[in-house]
Design a protein around this ligand. Structure first.
Ligand code: SF4
Length: 331
């Protein structure tokens, strides 16, 4: 059974497992993840730093490098010509075409993702030329993409260090949308930005979804970011998806004890004003080299029962929670 069964998936991750190979053992970074992203939806993938979100993103794009290794699973994408391709199994030449044209990645820390010695012009046009556009077409497309993300075309002649953090992030988004892929993967797109810029970048993603019908897999450690723009949320803990549901379901009636902790840890305006203390997550963050047996959350879970340390919970849909699923022995 998959963890997620939407109507019209443009991207389907099936039982994806990724390890980091060490000298004597392998660390399980991502374990049997099933996720589907529907056309025109923003699916949030949330969890603490180190839970495997970025590894999942890089692996599903077929970009994981040693010591990382995909040990099982498939990543099916529905392309512009309505065929379905497994990103992890296509030939390298088709893989290069799928990236950017069918699925594009907005990496974490866009400043370091941009080449510091290349002008924005080259950063944007080189990939377009690689995908078959002529030089003048690529330049025109780059101008268009900058306009979409509310940047002036004069930016084309600037170097990354001449731009603010928000502008760099917009350039990265412009690059990602320049071939109008049906799927965008945005990895922590607002980290290290001030609150006002964060909000405008999130609005930019929403407007891209509205203009182009793009599906967006939005990765963040921040439940507050998810609350602002996601349609559905998948919660990841220690390499596994532990809960998935609509934004309303997950915030109004979270099921997994970890999801509840994440929500309780969101800073809110009322709390700041009243001096109310935030509730921390408690316990140690997961260590991918030493996952505990059974439910990986059990050492931090206040509801743990004996079975939790012995048997991994399977995904289930508790009565009355249409579309909301959870992996926890309490249900
Ligand atoms: Fe807690 Fe057990 Fe549920 Fe895991 S399975 S979240 S340890 S109650």
């Amino acid at each position: 059974m998959t963890q997620d069964t939407p109507q019209e998936a443009v991207l389907a991750i099936r039982s994806l497992s990724v390890v980091y190979v060490g000298r004597r053992s392998a660390a399980q970074a991502v374990t049997e993840v099933d996720l589907e992203v529907q056309n025109n939806e923003i699916l949030g993938l949330v969890g603490e730093s180190g839970c495997g979100k970025t590894t999942l993103a890089v692996a599903m794009l077929g970009l994981i490098e040693p010591p990382g290794k995909v040990i099982g699973g498939a990543v099916q994408i529905r392309t512009h010509d309505h065929s379905t391709q497994d990103i992890l199994k296509v030939k390298p030449s088709l893989h290069r075409q799928l990236l950017w044209k069918e699925i594009a990645y907005i990496p974490q820390g866009s400043m370091s993702a941009l080449n510091p010695v290349k002008r924005v012009r080259e950063q944007l046009t080189d990939t377009l030329i690689e995908h078959g556009l002529k030089k003048n077409e690529a330049l025109e497309r780059a101008r268009w993409a900058l306009q979409v993300v509310s940047l002036d075309a004069a930016i084309l002649e600037r170097y990354p260090h001449e731009l603010s953090g928000g502008m760099v992030q917009r350039v990265a988004i412009a690059g990602a949308i320049s071939m109008q892929p049906p799927v965008l993967v945005a990895d922590e797109p607002t980290t290290a930005l001030d609150v006002v810029t964060q909000r405008s970048i999130l609005q930019e993603l929403v407007s891209i979804r509205e203009k182009f019908g793009s599906a967006i897999l939005l990765i963040s450690h921040d439940m507050g970011v998810m609350a602002q723009i996601a349609d559905r949320i998948a919660v990841m803990y220690a390499g596994r998806i532990v809960e998935i549901g609509s934004i309303h379901q997950v915030f109004a009636s979270p099921l997994h004890p970890y999801t509840k902790k994440l929500i309780n840890a969101i800073p809110n305006a009322r709390g700041r004003e009243s001096g109310e203390r935030l509730i921390g997550l408690g316990g140690e963050s997961p260590n991918i080299w030493r996952h505990p047996p059974g439910c990986r959350f059990h050492p931090r879970c206040e509801f743990a029962i004996e079975r939790c340390s012995q048997q991994a919970p399977v995904f289930t849909s508790p009565n009355g929670s249409s579309g909301q699923r959870v992996a926890c022995h309490l249900y």
